[in-house]
Ligand binder design. Structure first.
Ligand code: PLP
Length: 468
């Protein structure tokens, strides 16, 4: 007799339960190759279920090759289906890439950078526009679209970028991507082969370092200071595939690349025949003065410009874009097609209307005031709690600042001890290529924290540091 525990009250259909139980036993070797399994009639009677249930379960197992049926003599386990894996039923544990949940307390204050206020996403407007797009779009929009993205969005974006960022491009130079991260990956695939070199700011996000080094390219780090990449340190004889910069708001140190350095960079790119990749991930939120003009506007034929809606709207939307020099457009479109065909069209159309009807600019201006207040509170709290022991860097733009402490080395141990006090902070060192230069600096994101959380977070940080 084959004993199969089945649960008649379960939502899982009986056929599925029988099929799954037999399948797992075969894979585990509990039912071995060549072994006869009960007839459908027998099993149906043992389990007190209809014979049709067993017939269908067996049919499925037969179709997938787990069992074979020999006319007249019965049904047997097929050869070669053993999987020596004891825990087939157990789902893989979920890995949380961002936090170590073991240590998290409910009231943890997390200064993670680059997250906008998720409670203030303009849900109502987005929902209204979404309704309009679903009601009004012709049916072909719901089919496969072109890899570069919807023309409606590319058109409105090209004029928006010219107006706000000085980016000079025809809509055909735009490729809509699934966030800036995909834009970076496409560039890596497009321009890098094993043995190539990328000149890159140091520090820069660990993720970006990984994206560029994974095709086998090596990274040539150039240190940054309060004015971005120290371009004078780029050896004139270098022949990289491209130079990567975040010129409007260096991540994470926060500097804005000076015009002298921009010109130097362009001259270097012209002389060495390479591209410049400009990642403009959060410069819309500029608190001192107006947004800095793009590097792309100075030399559109050499600069690949990347933008994202993750910081100005929501990272969950996964909408970003690339502005390409004409020579790269065709290949990039092909690559995008082979990667994921295209970014979801409906979201693109909603975003196009959101920009066209001026909601984006209004949202940015509303959020800028809110973030500006949070930035002020964070700065004041840091100064109040740490006096001359803290220096604030790179707070003119974006959703984070960098704080430099006298006599503190933010090692992993210290970060863990700070976490025990209910506050999570991020050392700059995790994003460095050359280690040991930024040990006393931390990145503090304030976009998704309330004023109260910011001030409570800083006093927890102070208590934590005092207790060491
Ligand atoms: C410098 C920089 N570039 C790009 C990105 C990726 O943004 P996205 O969410 O659009 O993929 C980030 C994310 O925080 C970032 O910090």
């Amino acid at each position: 007799m084959l004993w199969i525990p089945i649960d008649k009250s379960s939502d899982t259909p009986l056929i599925r339960q029988v099929y799954e139980q037999i399948r797992i036993r075969i894979l585990r070797g509990e039912l071995q190759a060549g072994q006869q399994i009960p007839s459908t009639r027998e099993l149906a009677s043992d389990l007190q279920v209809s014979r049709n249930v067993i017939l269908e379960a067996y049919d499925q197992l037969l179709a997938e090759g787990y069992i074979i049926s020999c006319k007249g003599s019965g049904t047997y386990v097929a050869e070669g289906v053993l999987l020596e894996e004891p825990s087939i039923e157990q789902p893989l544990p979920l890995i949380n890439l961002f936090t170590d949940s073991k240590q998290d307390r409910d009231d943890l204050i997390d200064f993670r950078s680059g997250i906008p206020d998720l409670n203030l996403f303009p849900r109502k407007k987005w929902a209204n526009l979404s309704r309009q797009v679903y009601d009004e779009s012709p049916s072909y929009v719901f089919g496969y679209n072109t890899p570069e993205g919807r023309l409606e969005l590319r058109r409105i974006l090209s004029s928006y970028l010219l107006r706000t960022r000085g980016v000079r491009c025809h809509p055909d130079q735009l490729v809509i991507t699934t966030g800036a991260t995909q834009a970076l990956s496409l560039i890596a695939k497009l321009l890098l082969s094993p043995g190539d070199e990328v000149i890159i700011e140091d520090p820069i996000t660990h993720e970006i370092q990984t994206i560029f080094s994974s095709p086998g390219a090596s990274l040539y780090p150039i240190p940054v200071d309060g004015h971005g990449m120290r371009t004078e340190l780029i050896p004139a004889d270098k022949k990289p595939s491209f130079v990567f910069v975040t010129p409007s708001h260096q991540f994470p140190i926060g500097g804005i690349l000076t015009i002298r350095r921009r010109i130097h960079l362009i001259q270097f790119a012209q002389a060495s025949g390479c591209y410049i990749v400009e990642d403009d991930y959060d410069s819309e939120f500029r608190y001192k003065g107006t947004p800095v003009s793009s590097l792309q506007g100075l030399e559109p034929s050499r600069v690949i410009y990347i933008g994202t809606f993750s910081k100005i709207l929501s990272p969950g939307l996964r909408l970003g874009y690339l502005v390409l020099p004409p020579s790269l457009i065709e290949r990039c479109r092909d690559l995008k097609w082979f990667t994921d065909l295209h970014t979801p069209s409906i979201e693109q159309l909603i975003l196009a209307r959101f920009i066209e009807e001026c909601y984006l600019e209004r949202h940015i201006s509303k959020m800028k005031k809110i973030y500006q207040k949070r930035r002020e509170i964070l700065t004041e709290c840091l100064k109040m709690n740490f006096k001359d022991k803290v220096k604030i860097i790179g707070d003119a733009t974006g959703l984070h600042l960098t704080a430099e402490f006298k006599d503190v080395d933010f090692s992993n141990d210290i970060i863990d001890k700070i976490l025990e006090h209910g506050v999570r902070i991020y050392p700059v060192e995790i994003h460095t290529i050359k280690k040991g230069v930024h040990k006393n600096r931390i990145i503090m994101g304030y976009g998704n924290l309330t004023n109260e959380q910011i001030s409570e977070g800083v006093s927890r940080l102070r208590n934590a540091l005092l207790s060491m």
